[in-house]
Design a protein around this ligand. Sequence first.
Ligand code: NAP
Length: 433
Amino acid sequence: MALFAGAGSLQLLFMVAAICAVLALALLIAIHYLLSTSQLSTVPKTRRKQGPAHLLVVLGSGGHTAEMLSMLRRMPLDPTTYTFRTYIVTSGDAFSASKAVEFESALENQYNVKARDHGNDNSGPVRVVGVESFDIVTVPRARRVHQSFLTAPLSTLQCFWACIQVLCGTHPDQRPNLHGTASPYPDLILTNGPATAVGLGAVVSEKFAAEGANVAISYASNADRAKQTAAKIESKYNVKTAIFQGDAGKKEDSIAVVRSAIEALGGLDVVVSNAGYTKMSKFDDLYALEDEDWDKCWAVNVKGHMYTFREALPTFNKNPEGGVFIITSSVAGLGSTGSSMAYAVAKSASIHLAKCLAKTQGPKARVHAVCPGLLLTEWADIFPQEVIDKHVGQTPLQKPADLEDTADLYISLAKNSSMTGQVMAVDSGFALR
Ligand SMILES: NC(=O)c1ccc[n+]([C@@H]2O[C@H](COP(=O)([O-])OP(=O)(O)OC[C@H]3O[C@@H](n4cnc5c(N)ncnc54)[C@H](OP(=O)(O)O)[C@@H]3O)[C@@H](O)[C@H]2O)c1
């Protein structure tokens, strides 16, 4: 038996080595082809400084697409400079492709309004907005979620080759002559990676700061993100901020974060208990998660809220107008669905915790649970695109929950002095089933 296993492993090793050798050879041939053809090209290698530019935008799945398009909206993107835009999406990512079309039509509307105000009609020889001024190119996925590592090198190579074609302007989805640019090569490539996406906590913090509140932010591992959020809201809204590290899965950390916040801000009126933990797994597989995964889900998604509330309550009780405690739960807690069974069960418990606290801990404490549907934050990157598309397809509004809309609910709940114990879904109607 042991010998058989050993021979099998050796065979597998040879197979992997052979696949790698073939792929490496294919890569070398591709690079050689690329270098030789690029040398023969008559396309100018440089661009006039103020000349029209070709912008290449790489859209990732879910959160990265939302974040990238949000950055482009804020730039703001000037189509008279970036006269042609190419968007790269991966196969099956209908969401990113539709978002790129949506973005382009908004750009066209804005441009037309501006042009009309300046007496132009965008009917010159080179149209810088509209369908002639952008391409959406689909490349194969480098690796699908759960795809075997044995086949992943092959799909990665296919993806790599398609990207090279895009860079050379020879991909079948690209038009041969790009409007208004001298070269098919992109002049500027925009891409964003993990750990840059804005989370719900950052947007909620900014909304409270906009209302004039001083804000304490706690984080578990991403200190940079917390610092960036604090720096942004401090300079933009001229409010006081404080940052604390703490693991919501640890009792002493939950307590310490509340104490430090009260000390740093000189009081406490609203707590948004937003930390969440999950481990993506097959929902109906009872053996998919270890005991530790269930324990961590329970510790962060349920007990952490309770310890945080308990530490905040004496201050709420001293405040003339009391205090508000808002738990971020999830639609996963409203139905039998989500990233894992342990997460769904724990989020459901957090909803019940909010109701129990509201019922028993008043009159100075108002407690609510907000249940977001799919939010395209960094969190959503754990979901394969098919799951995102399926989720969106099941919502009456046919879209993921909007981050701004979700954050606005926290403000409304905090301001409303006649509500407590409410469980509110911001989910494009997903839970209505
Ligand atoms: N995105 C969705 O589709 C979705 C849907 C329903 C509910 N939610 C809930 O919304 C909340 C915010 O998620 P998000 O979408 O904004 O995703 P996110 O950007 O990944 O944020 C998750 C946050 O939880 C913090 N966190 C994780 N483990 C922690 C721990 N042990 N102690 C303290 N903090 C911890 C993270 O801190 P660090 O950054 O420092 O690690 C991060 O700030 C979570 O409770 C999540 O369950 C999200």
